[in-house]
Design a protein around this ligand. Structure first.
Ligand code: FMN
Length: 193
């Protein structure tokens, strides 16, 4: 299992401020599930909050409503195919963990499992069901972890190996890999005349 480090909750927004696609895990009683989710965002620094859109017809929503918690993690490119797969079929019909041979490890404060090969992991408890018709759920982040190899000194230093980088979902099975960072001081932000 890759090493992961605990992140201060007030810094947890940094794990996904760049807009990567996410995977939501859930559990209630002896049931557990996993789905892909593009529509997730940080909402506050402290207490740290996230907003996620979970369609009311999903099995995930059923388990999140029942348990009041969920795991939010950001997959590396090496599991892009898996991300599509868990977003294409419902856990009502199959156990996606065994069907796709998904490697999990336990979270610390929630019952939902985490999955490996992600850049960051958040443990969230539901604090508000948003506008019901928009399927918006607000969660408070109660624990946060990052890939120790790529999150150093409070910021991302993404690997040169594209398979370890986070990914951004477009549509129709198309992703973008997270690119290289720059600051305006580094001189690459403006087009020269
Ligand atoms: C890349 C990707 C992103 C997705 N993003 C979302 C999302 O943000 N919210 C949502 O409700 N469903 C989203 N979906 C669809 C769910 O993952 C899909 O409905 C899934 O089968 C639900 O599984 P479940 O019924 O086991 O919970 C996405 C699917 C894919 C492939």
């Amino acid at each position: 299992m890759a090493q992961h480090i605990s992140i201060p909750l007030k810094d947890s927004y940094k794990l996904f401020n760049h807009g990567p696609v996410s995977i939501i895990t859930s559990a209630f009683a002896n049931k557990h599930n996993i789905m892909a989710a593009s529509w997730t965002m940080p909402l506050d620094f402290s207490p740290a909050k996230v907003a996620v859109v979970i369609d009311k017809n999903t099995y995930t929503r059923e388990l999140v409503n029942a348990s009041g918690e969920f795991g939010l993690q950001f997959p590396m490119r090496k599991i892009a195919k898996l991300t599509l797969e868990v977003g294409d079929v419902s856990g009502r019909d199959i156990d996606k963990f065994s069907r796709f041979n998904i490697k999990t490890f336990p979270a610390t404060k929630i019952n939902a499992p985490f999955i490996e090969d992600c850049i960051g992991w958040l443990e969230c408890k539901v604090i508000k069901q948003g506008a019901e018709e928009m399927d918006l759920i607000v969660g408070e982040v109660i624990a946060a972890y990052a890939d120790a190899e790529q999150f150093l000194n409070g910021r991302w230093h993404f690997s040169d190996d594209p398979l370890k980088r986070s990914i951004h979902y477009m549509a129709g099975g198309e992703f973008y890999t997270t690119g290289d960072s720059f600051t305006t001081e580094s001189g690459y932000s403006e087009v020269s005349a």
